[in-house]
Design a protein around this ligand. Structure first.
Ligand SMILES: [Cu+2]
Length: 473
């Protein structure tokens, strides 16, 4: 008997926290400040719970999904992912979902932070030119996905109808220097990756789970160039990471960093020293790390073809002083000659090639090209419209040898125009030796109607290594 009572007491204690949030008193009323990605509303400083009024508008609009490729997105708040919503555990949320009069479809919202049927879906079903209102109590702290749940659900999500809502724990989250909002999604178009012009949704590849694009924040390589996330050495940054799906699970990774902390699946449990964290479709994670060295950190889905061939790539540009103790940069590039017959022979041959003729250089460069460049610039050097610029008869390449060497040595981000086509993406520094760069560029310059320049290792040596390389691992 005594035991049963003890057990009951324990249960009561356990549910009392949640119960607190059910009965917590609500003081006053506030209008929620929503932000567009990659921005996050500021931490909530008020000590009490309030009635928080959220206004979110559904807008269907055409936007680029890649350079030169348009897609009709369905959005919460005009962006993909939708506006970031930040509330406090115990708050009463009065949710206003508006559907713009120009919309062609009805929409609704299912917030994973809602305790109630459909996460609000049925109560928020809204025709174009209408507004629905419903309320819910934020009982459980955590980072939650919201999404449209109007039939066909998969199609609404595939068109970009998802975002994040953070229910801050009562005591708040630890203070950090910067917070960002990054959300992955997979997209399905009629045309192949990079196919120019307007591309409609393709239901068949969505059902087959074969996306054309996998992206962060709504477009291929969106968080690069001017849109790279910016931070400084010494800062602690927090990423609110979501995955809208509709289909893929993300192996979320930042090249060149280790997550000091991961709030697993957006919940309370913290794991430390994590390299890659899984973010399920319709799920989230909060990751935090301190920035120790300058350079470009690369946000990827480590299912890596998605990164280099489908657009799942973003950058965190870290500014500040070098910390050679933490990371030295390349300290040496020595010839490596293992002992033993066969291997020795191969290396002897290569050493002959190193000092050999232009013909040798072109031949060796051709191999380097197929191993290091062809995946992006294509075996015929013609590139892929809107994604990877052509090297064949490239006006950009032929104009300036030094500038070209710099690209291969240090990588390139930001907008460039090649043969009249616009590109705004990322070319990673591949960590090739000066000799290899000389060979591959001599091959490129002597192929496909280019200007037949010769690049020597000493030409390459003259171009400074900036060390701010993209890539690695
Ligand atoms: Cu919808």
């Amino acid at each position: 008997m005594k035991r049963t009572i003890l057990f009951l007491c324990l249960c009561l204690l356990l549910i009392s926290c949640k119960k607190d949030n059910i009965t917590s008193s609500i003081e006053g009323e506030e209008l929620a400040v929503l932000t567009s990605p990659p921005n996050v509303p500021p931490p909530i400083t008020r000590k009490t719970n309030t009635k928080l009024v959220v206004h979110l508008e559904v807008v269907e609009k055409k936007m680029p999904i890649a350079e030169g490729v348009d897609y009709t997105f369905w959005t919460f708040g005009g962006t993909v992912p939708g506006s970031f919503i930040r509330v406090k555990e115990g708050d009463l949320i009065e949710f206003h979902l508006k559907n713009h009069p120009d919309s062609k479809m009805p929409h609704n919202i299912d917030l994973h932070a809602v305790t109630g049927p459909g996460g609000g879906a049925a109560s928020s079903f809204t025709l174009p030119g209408h507004e629905s209102v419903f309320s819910f109590k934020a009982l459980n702290p955590g980072l939650y996905v919201y999404h449209c749940a109007t039939a066909p659900v998969g199609m609404h999500i595939a068109n970009g109808m998802y975002g994040l809502i953070l229910v801050e724990p009562k005591e708040g989250l630890p203070k950090v220097d910067k917070e960002f909002y990054v959300m992955q999604g997979d997209f399905y178009t009629k045309g192949k990756y990079g196919k120019q012009g307007y591309q409609p949704f393709d239901m068949e590849s969505a059902i087959d789970e074969k996306p054309t694009y996998v992206v962060f924040n709504g477009a291929a390589n969106k968080l690069t160039g001017d849109n790279a996330l910016k931070a400084k050495v010494g800062e602690i940054i927090r990423l609110y990471v979501g995955n809208g799906g509709p289909n893929l699970v993300s192996s979320f990774h930042v090249i060149g960093e280790i997550f000091d902390k991961v709030y697993i699946e957006g919940g309370k449990l913290v794991n430390e020293n994590v390299q890659t964290t899984l973010v399920p479709a319709g799920g989230s994670a909060i990751v935090e790390f301190k920035l120790e060295v300058p350079g470009n950190l690369v946000i990827v889905d480590h299912s890596i073809f998605r990164t280099f061939n489908k657009g799942a790539l973003g950058l965190i540009a870290v500014d500040g002083p070098e910390a050679k103790v933490v990371y030295s940069g390349k300290q040496a590039d020595n010839v490596y000659l293992p002992e033993g017959g066969a291997i020795q022979k191969v290396n002897e041959k290569q050493i002959v090639d190193v000092a050999g003729s232009v013909e040798d250089r072109i031949k060796m460069g051709s191999n380097i090209y197929s191993q290091n460049c062809a995946a992006c610039h294509q075996p015929d050097g013609k590139g892929i419209d809107g994604a990877f610029p052509p090297l064949a008869a490239s006006d950009w390449l032929n104009k300036d040898k030094e500038r070209t060497i710099n690209v291969v040595k240090n990588g390139l981000t930001g907008p460039i125009v090649v043969n009249g086509g616009n590109y705004n993406s990322v070319m990673p520094a591949l960590g090739l030796s000066d000799e290899d760069i000389a060979n591959v560029l001599t091959f490129v310059y002597n192929s496909w109607g280019n200007s037949k320049k010769i690049v020597t290792p000493s030409d390459v040596a003259k171009v400074k290594h900036t060390g701010a390389e993209v890539g690695g691992h």
